[in-house]
Write a protein that binds this ligand. Structure first.
Ligand code: ZN
Ligand code: ZN
Length: 393
């Protein structure tokens, strides 16, 4: 079916439905690999729009393929779909009533990408090539893209370019941010176990106290960034968890810590990982204990391709005006969009959606997080214009 309406009218007509969909997803959030209701809705809508749909990709991911009427390249559009395990405190009518919340805006990513898929499907006969819509689960712990990769997703769905947006509650509505090169950090998560020997809190000389040693290790690790990494290199070492002991008068036998390092270059990753192991083991040995290091998970940095990013910025300038397209500040947070960007050239860009009157809504992962729905039709237009341009005549 060829649509006779101009694109902007089609998007306006679809906007109330898109907002209703976002609110429904928001009211029914699902965390990593439990996105069953969410995935079912996505699959049903993509199927109804005439896309070829595969469910259960990387456990709860959904992939929709839109084959155009003419030959050409393949564009991939990726959206993450998971919520966070936290209680919502927005007071919104459509707030979550369960212990999960769309506090990062992935509900908007679903609504925007799904609406773009539905509207592009009406124009499929004009498309030179194919659009693949990849709805990825479990982004928050950076494990969903790997699950899709393990499922053979990148082999089964080769594409020439990938684009994705992340809504930004802290940027003005409709502002687009994009930069080539590294935009989000690589990350490795790890666990350190300090093993001493337990005993009575009154006789510390008869024990090897892992609590004191863990404290020294945490302090010593601070020098990896301040003394071993070049000052102009992005590097973060965080110990976010320490567990030891059961009572104030007992010296425990072990202390367990977990944390993450963040980096943009392989050299810094190696400096931090080598330093982490050497420092933890060295400090523990000096104090008569052992330190065991376990690598838990990792994700590479998000690196935007220069050519695709320049193209996407041009598309965005046409949609929101060149004055509202600016550089994206490199972030120390991580996102497993990095696996898509490692598999093919692409651009991960930001779309502003700040509610100016609600500063408490501006922080992602906060219980009062909220976004301006007026940004959604802009997101749809960005995806559609990108697809129509790349797969145009
Ligand atoms: Zn997040
Ligand atoms: Zn997010």
């Amino acid at each position: 079916m060829r649509s006779a309406m101009p694109l902007s009218d089609e998007i306006s007509a679809a906007t109330p439905g898109m907002i209703a969909l976002r609110r429904d997803i928001h009211a029914n959030p699902e965390i990593e690999f439990r996105e069953r209701r969410t995935a079912a809705i996505i699959a049903e809508r993509l199927t109804a729009a005439g896309l070829t749909v595969e469910e259960g990709v990387g456990r709860t991911g959904v992939v929709g393929s839109l084959q155009g009427g003419l030959d050409g390249p393949t564009l991939m559009i990726r959206a993450d779909i998971d919520a966070l395990p936290m209680a919502e405190q927005t007071g919104l009518q459509f707030a979550s009533a369960v212990d999960a919340m769309h506090a990062c805006g992935h509900d908007s990513h679903i609504a925007i990408a799904l609406t773009a898929a539905e509207l592009l499907a009406r124009r499929r006969s004009d498309l030179h090539g194919r659009v693949i819509f990849a709805f990825q689960p479990a982004e928050e712990n950076n494990v969903g893209a790997q699950a899709m990769a393990d499922d053979g997703f990148f082999d089964r769905y080769p594409a020439d370019r990938v684009i994705a947006l992340h809504i930004s509650a802290g940027e003005p509505t409709g502002a687009v941010t994009a930069s080539s090169g590294p935009t989000m950090a690589g990350k490795d998560t790890f666990r350190l176990t300090i093993t001493g020997s337990g005993g009575h809190g009154a006789m510390p000389h008869l024990s090897v106290d892992p609590v004191v040693i863990a404290a020294h290790v945490v302090t010593a690790l601070q020098t990896l960034v301040s003394r071993e990494t070049p000052p102009n290199e992005m590097a973060v070492v965080t110990i976010g968890e320490i567990h030891a002991g059961t009572a104030g008068n007992i010296i425990p036998a072990t202390a367990v810590m977990s944390g993450a390092i963040r980096w943009n270059s392989k050299e810094t990753q190696k400096t931090l990982l080598d330093g982490l192991i050497r420092t933890a083991k060295g400090v523990a040995r000096a104090m008569r204990a052992d330190a065991e290091y376990e690598w838990l998970s990792g994700t590479p940095p998000c690196v935007n391709d220069e050519e695709v990013t320049d193209w996407m910025k041009g598309v965005a300038a046409g949609v929101v005006g060149a004055d509202r397209v600016s550089a994206m500040e490199p972030k120390t947070a991580s996102d497993d969009m990095s696996l898509f960007l490692s598999a093919m050239p692409g651009c991960y860009f930001g779309l502003g959606a700040a509610i100016e009157s609600k500063p408490e809504a501006h922080a992602h992962h906060s219980p009062t997080f909220d976004i301006d729905e007026a940004a959604f039709p802009v997101g749809v237009e960005l995806f559609m214009k990108a697809a129509l341009d790349y797969l145009g005549p």
